[in-house]
Design a protein around this ligand. Sequence first.
Ligand SMILES: *Cc1c(COP(=O)(O)O)cnc(C)c1O
Length: 381
Amino acid sequence: MPTRSASDVVVPLLDLSAQYRPIREDILGAITRVCDSQRFIMGAEVEALERELAARIGVAHAIAVSSGTDALLAALMALGVGPGTEVITPTFSFFATAGCVCRLGATPIFVDIDPVTFNADPSAIARAVTRRTRAILPVHLYGLCADMGAILATAAEAGVPVIEDAAQAIDAGHRGRAAGTMGLMGCFSFFPSKNLGAFGDGGLITTQDASLAAELRLLRNHGAEPKYFHSRIGGNFRLDALQAAVLRVKLPHLDGWTEARRRNADRYRVLFAESGLGSTVGLPSEPAGFRHIYNQFVILTPRRDDLRAHLSRRQIQTEIYYPVPFHRQVCFATVPSAVGSFPHADRAADTSLALPIYGELTDAQQRHVVASIAEFYAVTA
Ligand SMILES: *Cc1c(COP(=O)(O)O)cnc(C)c1O
């Protein structure tokens, strides 16, 4: 009998099939229910999902939308973000965070990140406030909340609302408060690779403010109320019933999936410490009072691209989130704040690497990842 060697172990970045297998019957039942109803857009499934998510996240209002990008777009529209206004946002995030600001004709003001948490530097946000600031848009990157205490203090002093980009952060926490409940609005994504993923695109906006919730519901459907009478110019930001039905099956499992990610993060910490890589590789931090939900487990490493190629040869998939910060994107070349200096975002873009962290990852797979990293630095040091 051939023995199993480490090289037999394959480690994908994410294995959605492993998550799907045990809930397959429930998912197919929910999809069948929607097919039998022949109601495909909004309707009872979406309303039920909104109630369940509002209760879970702990907000008065949850507005389901077509994607995380559209959640950000609608939230910015509801605040009147447009030409002549500014929105402060970290230069290091997924594209949509800044893309939505520019799509509305407003000016993003990029700020650098904290070198350890990867989230916006609160003192840089405070320095970026002007008379034209219409919103502060922090991102809870990788599933770790931004430093909301300091950011909310700056916002209160300036009299400016905060929109949380919580796309990667469902169930993340900050001093007992949940992501998406601290700002005026929270924006979530149900893109399949997020911790709560649909079978396609989906998103959510949370708020405690009833009139803002009404405005968002209006914007979601072309500003029409009643039908064909338009008081606002909105968009088609509606969610499909099929996506809502799938998300409702998945939602009760989210606690377990998040705990599995947190357990895997702890296991990586132990394995990295045991392998003697502590001073070579920077691991993600979970500052006191924060609850990280590890949508991504991102390390900082020297010779990142060579390491990535080595891991690929060892059948380990990794990803770079994100190789180009906003201030270096071609499409943002004319954004005035892009000329600034953002050393921490540049360093993150050049040295960060996301390792597999999904809940079903096995002990053997994680050992293979860490052993392969140790092998790389021992061999090429
Ligand atoms: C995924 C993501 C978005 C956009 O969500 P989509 O559902 O893909 O449109 C926005 N911001 C961040 C930080 C994200 O990770």
